[in-house]
Design a protein around this ligand. Structure first.
Ligand SMILES: [Zn+2]
Length: 239
């Protein structure tokens, strides 16, 4: 019976190792990481878009001030030209030249401002699209995190159950058998016990000798595979 409990303990330990691995290697970890990276990239893109937009708006404001200044200069010049204070035709000619230049300047500034406004409008739409996408990505990330947490919670519950079973089985083992189990498990990477089925060692696949076969009928005998050194456990065929 002690060998049976040792076998049961090995099966539980193998299940615990497999389950722990499943928790660590859940593909959901990778999905959460990927969603977080995508969100970070979107936020970075959004920050850059905001910065570029601010820059263009600043430029537009200074352009508008420039236009205002040119407009008032033009008004001032017109007042002087058509007022009574004009001294000579030569002076008037110079003023006309200046007016033409001012108007040309003003027109080009206004074209520039119009173009900039269109650019800002487009950039604003792109920025809003990025805000929308970042919002969606945040929701996706939250959903993935929730999925991962739920999956881990299920696995943790399974793991606790296995550990509880393990405690029960461990308590049934006499100290020297438990110690043997530990040694054998360590020596064979968690598979220190091998089931014998059809006279074959389940650990290495080699036929066991007839001498060992006879020894296996003694429930308290420790019989080791002559090939791989594992502790042999006789299993009934239906198990
Ligand atoms: Zn073997």
């Amino acid at each position: 019976m002690q060998l049976e409990w040792m076998w049961k303990l090995q099966e539980l330990d193998l299940s615990i190792v497999a389950l722990s691995g499943e928790m660590e290697e859940s593909p959901l970890h990778q999905e959460v990481r990927a969603a977080a990276a995508d969100l970070a990239a979107l936020k970075e893109e959004l920050a850059q878009a905001e910065e570029a937009l601010q820059e263009r708006r600043k430029k537009l404001r200074s352009l508008e001030m420039n236009i205002q200044k040119l407009t008032s200069d033009r008004e001032e010049l017109r007042r002087r030209m058509y007022g009574r204070a004009v001294a000579s035709p030569r002076e008037l000619e110079q003023m006309e030249k200046k007016l033409t230049s001012l108007e040309k300047d003003l027109e080009s500034r206004e074209d520039e401002a119009l173009e900039l406004m269109e650019t800002i409008e487009k950039m604003d739409l792109q920025r809003n699209e990025l805000v929308r996408r970042a919002g969606e990505q945040e929701e996706l990330l939250a959903a993935k995190e929730e999925q991962l947490e739920a999956a881990l919670a299920r696995l943790r519950a399974d793991l606790e159950q296995l550990q509880e079973q393990r405690r029960v089985v461990e308590a049934k083992l006499e100290p020297q058998f438990l110690e043997r189990y530990r040694i054998m498990s360590q020596r064979h990477q968690g598979r220190g016990l091998a089931a014998v089925e059809g006279d074959i060692c389940g650990g290495c696949g080699v036929f066991i000798s007839s001498k060992q076969k006879d020894l296996l009928y003694n429930p308290r005998a420790m019989v080791y595979c002559e090939n791989c050194g594992r502790l042999l456990v006789k299993r009934a065929p239906e198990e």
